[in-house]
Ligand binder design. Structure first.
Ligand code: G1P
Length: 288
């Protein structure tokens, strides 16, 4: 069993154009979803999967994301003085002692693959890592006893040393918005994985190898950093993580598509973000 899976790379350098004007001066990762910023939900998901070392790939103008995981001495001192213990505790749970947050800058917007490669020097040789795209929230179905999807993927990687890519089905007309996986016609059941034969970034519906889309949760071997260094620009003229994963498969490394059991909320655009707030606030008993 492998045990060195500890790091999650979270790219937060995007401009957030789909959330404008909300995201003009607030990083899109800081928009609230119910009672906490989007980024906090995502870091909580990483922690639940045993990934305690977070690497934020960021850029200028987004320091609020890093500040959220910093100690706020003034607020804490004030709350302590006033005896507001519950609030103080809630604040401290944002940064449990095991959480380590590091950040690195992406100097040019050359795509997701480039953003991930910006963290390469922060990993040991061949150290595996997770990638979490923070636009999409992945939440368990309420009342369902199934474990956190990312935790299942992390366990599978540590057991089998096969890269894990979280997927869910999308309607055919939307395949051109996602990475689409090729499992040779096999449709894994929720909570299970199937071996991948390929993956394509944003294919036309006619060329899509399946309707299983990449959601934005990955567990990858350290080897992929070397592949990213040599990945040419692909779809949209950007260096695509998808293309490096396709290369990993071509090299014969085991890569599996894990079909999620939970639900996704795409908070990267206004309607999806509103829906997440409405649904999750209802489930938390905060809305009728
Ligand atoms: C990125 C990935 C894509 C994935 C998607 C999930 O695309 O490149 O493979 O399916 O995230 O949200 P983007 O949404 O950045 O265009």
């Amino acid at each position: 069993m492998l045990t060195n899976l500890r790091k999650a790379i979270i790219p937060v350098a995007g401009l957030g154009t789909r959330l404008l004007p909300i995201s003009k001066s607030i990083p899109k990762e800081m928009v609230p979803v119910v009672d906490r910023p989007l980024i906090q939900h995502v870091v909580e998901e990483a922690l639940a999967a045993g990934l305690n070392e977070i690497i934020l790939v960021t850029r200028g103008g987004k320091s609020a994301v890093e500040d959220h995981f910093d100690t706020h001495y003034e607020i804490e001192a004030e709350l302590e003085k006033k005896g507001k213990t519950a609030l103080l505790e809630a604040l401290r749970t944002i940064t449990p002692p095991q959480l380590k947050v590091t950040s690195v800058r992406q100097d040019r917007a050359l795509g997701l693959g480039h953003a991930i490669h910006c963290a390469a020097h922060l990993l040991q040789a061949d150290e595996p890592f997770a990638v979490i795209l923070p636009d999409v929230l992945v939440k368990p179905v309420p009342g369902d006893a199934a474990p956190v999807d990312l935790a299942v993927m992390a366990e599978a990687y540590q057991r089998d040393a096969a890269a894990q890519i979280m997927v869910e089905a999308v309607p055919l007309e939307r395949v051109d918005q996602y990475g689409i996986v090729d499992c040779g016609g096999v449709e894994p059941a929720a909570g299970t994985a199937a071996a991948m034969r390929g993956v394509v970034e944003k294919p036309k519906p006619a060329d899509a190898p399946s309707r299983l889309s990449v959601i934005g949760r990955y567990i990858l071997p350290g080897e992929i950093m070397g592949l990213l260094a040599n990945t040419p620009p692909g779809a949209g003229g950007e260096i695509q993580l998808t293309d490096a994963i396709a290369e990993l498969i071509r090299l014969g490394r085991p890569v599996e598509a894990f079909r999620m059991q939970g639900r996704t909320f795409d908070c990267g655009y206004v309607q999806g973000w509103l829906q997440a707030n409405q649904q999750l606030a209802r489930e938390a008993g905060l809305l009728e």
